[in-house]
Design a binder for this molecule. Structure first.
Ligand code: GRF
Length: 203
């Protein structure tokens, strides 16, 4: 399935998806990367791997809707069938989300529904969590609220700080996101009536 990754920064999850998709048997192909920031480090990484990139900056558009519209047009231009948000730091509007519903996924650095939003690692430490992790979910109107596709847990170690915990979760993200995107691309994880339907693997 033709997949476009939306980023705002470092792009390490994008890099993990590109690496997974380098295997010809992987069911998703990364056909483009879109960033809302011209200086996102991930842009150079994608370009170095031969993936076409586009920068679509909010300040160049009169409204949020116009910005969303430009991103949508770029997705259509890439022939996108799946949209993968990977550290995309902007909330997409209702119309955009509705159009890509069931075809757009996001990775969040916490075990949802705990710790939606920002600063998840600091908040998990403050809450005294002994496990933490990451979630890939379908994107719906409410932030970090869509049906869960897959999760990975990591231990919180005694002596962890925000950085050590973030690094452990990030490693898990880089394994989880390719797995979850693969499930969606293969049709083994589908969104139906606001829930995720997973294929049975037992038989
Ligand atoms: C990741 O922790 C991701 O879960 C969150 O933002 C971070 C992006 O990192 N949404 P990267 O740009 O993929 O390196």
């Amino acid at each position: 399935k033709r997949t476009v990754v939306l980023i705002s920064g470092r792009g390490s999850n994008m890099t993990a998806l590109i690496a997974a998709a380098a295997d010809p048997t992987y069911p998703a192909e990364i056909v483009g990367v879109i960033s809302d920031r011209a200086n996102a480090a991930g842009l150079a990484i994608a370009a170095a791997r031969g993936i076409p990139t586009k920068v679509i900056v909010r300040a160049d558009y009169a409204s949020k809707e116009a910005h969303d519209g430009a991103i949508d047009a770029a997705l259509v231009g890439f022939g996108a069938e799946i949209v993968a948000l990977a550290g995309y730091m902007r909330i997409l509007g209702a119309r955009f989300v509705e159009k890509w519903l069931g075809r757009m996924v996001n990775i969040h650095p916490a075990l949802l529904p705990a710790f939606k939003g920002l600063d998840t690692h600091a908040r998990a430490l403050r809450a005294g969590m002994r496990i933490h992790g990451c979630t890939v979910h379908f994107v719906t109107q409410d932030m970090d609220d869509g049906p869960i596709i897959a999760q990975a847990a990591v231990p919180v170690m005694v002596g962890d700080n925000e950085d050590t915990l973030a690094a452990r979760v990030l490693k898990a993200e880089h394994r989880l996101y390719p797995l979850a995107l693969g499930l969606v691309a293969e049709g083994k994880a589908r969104m139906e009536k606001g829930h995720t339907v997973l294929a049975h693997f037992a038989d």
